[in-house]
Design a protein around this ligand. Structure first.
Ligand code: FES
Ligand SMILES: [Fe+2]
Length: 398
């Protein structure tokens, strides 16, 4: 994950520059101004209780825009991807006008899945049901009903595919998991992070690869793992630890979201550079924690999006997508991105962060801990869990 020459450095907006400055200011300090005054605790039951997960789905996951990946994954008109989330069979489709639609992958005749399987991008010019061949266009309109004389009162206009509110913003696909809603406001939901994402220009990046798999961990354990730097030197000792300073991070809450900047091994170089030469990816690594279940990590020359989609209290569908600044142009670049993806996806995330989350899950119900203790520098986890608790209580102002 070392910087290579292939990336154009992204610009920083003002909040990111200020965060960078704060990290520089605190480089020699034993602690940060943002640390909590005291330790706090978490109840381990939040990771295993089915009733809590059901509330999280009803009161959080079905109510806020969720990021489903990068629009460039569906590059050509007619590209489509089936994905089942929260009991909803979804079908993401790029139409002829270039718009991305998110439909329920359910035929309006007698309910067959239109696209079988899950997770593979395929292409078609229409959506034809495998059962009786009702056929929809890429906008979801019902176009063909074989044996139409048997449906004399059928109004095709009312039998188009059901759609979820969805949009593309900053190159990312967002959808609201509620077919009863019609409006999605991603900019309003992102608040201050909207400008960060614009400054980082993800929409100019290309899709490289996606790896989705089920793993036996509560979704919040994986979100926790990316909101502190306490573990980097130990858990990631064999992969990325040498690239990072010991426990040097500056972060802040942005509504329910968080931005965290972690000092890389060469961060101290930036002290002698004018601000216009500060480099967000070379000197540091930025993470956006987008509430509730998305993480974006800005590696030196690629970007990861991770989505944590709970399928059970102790299981997630973990969807990792890597974006790169441009298509690989030769074998050297192809080899570089292949190694890059393998190290990040299988090495760091799979064998380390997911591994330790699964290890925690195995012991959550053991009774060993009636509370987990958070150190003063684990304040972002504390805030994350407070936002969840507030939403579960029904406090939508959180
Ligand atoms: S269920 Fe799709 S055409 Fe009959
Ligand atoms: Fe980690």
């Amino acid at each position: 994950m070392r910087a290579s020459a292939v990336i154009e450095q992204p610009n920083m907006n003002e909040p990111l520059a200020q965060l960078f400055q704060r990290l520089l200011d605190e480089l020699e300090q034993p602690e940060s101004v943002e640390w909590d005054a005291q330790e706090s605790t978490l109840n381990p039951a939040i990771y295993s209780d089915p009733a809590i997960l059901q509330k999280e789905i009803d009161r959080i996951f079905r109510r806020v825009p969720l990021c489903l990946g990068h629009a460039d994954q569906l590059r050509e008109p007619g590209s489509m991807l089936a994905r089942d989330l929260f009991g909803l069979p979804l079908l993401l489709v790029r139409d002829r006008a270039g718009e991305i639609n998110v439909f329920l992958n359910v035929c309006r005749h007698r309910g067959a899945r239109l696209v079988a399987g899950e997770g593979e991008v395929c292409r078609a010019s229409t959506l034809s049901c495998p059962y009786h061949a009702w056929t929809y266009d890429l906008n979801g309109a019902l176009r063909v009903v074989p044996g139409a004389e048997a449906f004399p009162t059928l109004d095709k206009a009312t039998r188009g595919l059901r759609r979820l509110p969805a949009t593309v913003r900053h190159g990312l696909i967002w959808a609201l998991m509620d077919p009863q809603q019609s409006v999605i406001d991603v900019a309003g939901f992102l608040g201050g992070l909207d400008e960060d994402l614009a400054a980082l220009d993800l929409k100019s990046h290309c899709f490289y690869r996606q790896h989705a798999r089920k793993r036996k961990t509560n979704w919040k354990l994986m979100m926790d793992a990316f909101q502190e730097v306490y573990h980097i030197k130990r858990l990631h000792a064999r992969t990325i630890a040498p690239f990072f300073l010991e426990r040097k991070a500056a972060g802040e809450g942005v509504g329910p979201h968080t931005r965290i900047l972690v000092g890389r091994d060469r961060f101290a170089e930036a002290r002698d550079l004018p601000p216009q030469q500060w480099d967000l990816r070379r000197h540091a690594t930025l993470t956006h924690v987008i509430f509730p279940n998305s993480l974006i990590i800005y590696h030196p020359d690629s970007t990861s999006h991770m989505g944590m989609f709970p399928t059970a209290p102790d299981e997630i569908l973990f969807v990792h997508t890597l974006f790169i600044p441009h298509e690989p142009r030769n074998d050297k670049e192809r080899g570089h991105w292949a190694r890059n993806f393998a190290m990040i996806d299988e090495g760091v995330f799979g064998a380390e962060d997911l591994f330790i989350s699964e290890q925690i899950q195995l012991g959550v119900r053991s009774g060993a801990n009636d509370s987990f203790v958070l150190g003063r520098f684990e304040q972002h986890l504390r805030r994350f869990h407070e936002h969840i608790e507030a939403m579960l209580r029904g406090n939508d102002d959180s």
